[in-house]
Write a protein that binds this ligand. Structure first.
Ligand code: ATR
Length: 291
């Protein structure tokens, strides 16, 4: 008995100080009485290959972990085995070593969908003959994970509105084959044209950083959005963004972004520590204390 914890995982990033993951996983470790720990490791981009090699060789002291900015694409490139979602998204956020091989997955799509499933049961259900339309604002990595999730849940039309039109067009091109297979129409637009596209929309997602503390507000009139639509934001600082307040004020159901962060962490925790953790109200409150 060395006194050191049995199972160790970590989050890697550069810089890493902003990560909420240690607080989240440590809560679950305490909750389930697991003899383990979850640390934050600052790993510079040029140190990533050596770090991952040491994980594979069981020399780093970690059985796996999460990756955040700027490592998500490089983690996928350095993996021995990647799950289908990581390959389709072109990025990975979760890793573990298994029989000397580095496995990776991407849990962002799962986190986005599970958050909506938990907050608004049936949010994606409509009679089979009725179209389902989503408007996604943004075209970065988060938007990519979200669009993939919406295609997989049978949305028939997804409008991608972004400040830089070429990025929205690129994202549409990336998912063209997957969308066609699911009879889903993808439409790239500029952010300025998003308001007009809100008619007949069932789900509006902000996947830009607008509305976050220290960033500009997201300026969008919701006049054309049906009151039956669900509105969600990936921004969780503040928890109640300007978009969510405006949507709530006119009667739309809203889902905040903290849940996506919590749910995306579930598969990794289960992989490293062997218990599938619950996302509870108490966990939400715990995380809110330090936001
Ligand atoms: P992530 O991977 O977290 O999605 P990202 O790739 O930096 O991060 O994407 C951030 C998103 O927020 C992009 O859609 C970005 O728009 P551009 O592609 O035009 O850069 C959007 N965004 C950030 N700041 C913005 C602003 N001031 N106005 C409009 N959109 C903004």
């Amino acid at each position: 008995m060395t006194g050191s914890p049995d199972i160790r995982a970590c989050v890697i990033g550069f810089p890493i100080t902003h990560s909420r993951s240690p607080q989240l996983h440590t809560y679950w470790l305490d909750q389930y009485g697991i003899d383990g720990c979850y640390a934050a490791e600052s790993i510079a981009p040029d140190g990533l290959p050596d770090f991952l090699l040491s994980v594979k060789q069981d020399a780093a002291g970690y059985c796996g972990g999460n990756a955040t900015i700027p490592h998500k694409e490089a983690l996928l490139a350095l993996a021995d085995k990647a799950d289908a979602t990581a390959r389709i998204l072109g990025a990975a956020n979760t890793f573990w070593s298994e029989h000397g091989a580095l496995h990776v997955s991407n849990t962002d799509t799962y986190g986005f969908l599970a958050n909506l499933d938990a907050a608004v049961p049936q949010w994606d259900r409509r009679p089979a003959d009725i179209s389902r339309k989503a408007v996604v604002l943004g075209a970065g990595g988060a938007a990519r994970a979200i669009v993939f999730g919406l295609i997989s849940r049978g949305f028939t039309e997804i409008v991608l509105a972004n400040r830089t039109l070429s990025r929205a067009e690129k994202l549409v091109g990336h998912f063209a084959a997957a969308a066609e297979q699911q009879n889903c129409r993808l439409l790239p637009l500029t952010l300025a044209d998003a308001e007009a596209a809100l008619v007949h929309t069932d789900l509006l997602v902000n996947a830009t950083s607008l509305g976050m503390v220290g960033q500009d507000e997201l300026e969008i009139s919701l006049t054309r959005l049906p009151v039956s639509a669900v509105v969600t934001d990936i921004v969780y600082t503040p928890l109640q963004t300007g978009l969510l307040s405006a949507a709530q004020g006119r009667g739309n159901r809203t889902v905040d972004g903290l849940g996506m962060l919590l749910h995306q962490a579930v598969p990794g925790f289960e992989r490293w520590f062997g218990i599938r953790p619950q996302v509870t109200e108490a966990l939400h409150r715990h995380m809110l204390q330090d936001l």
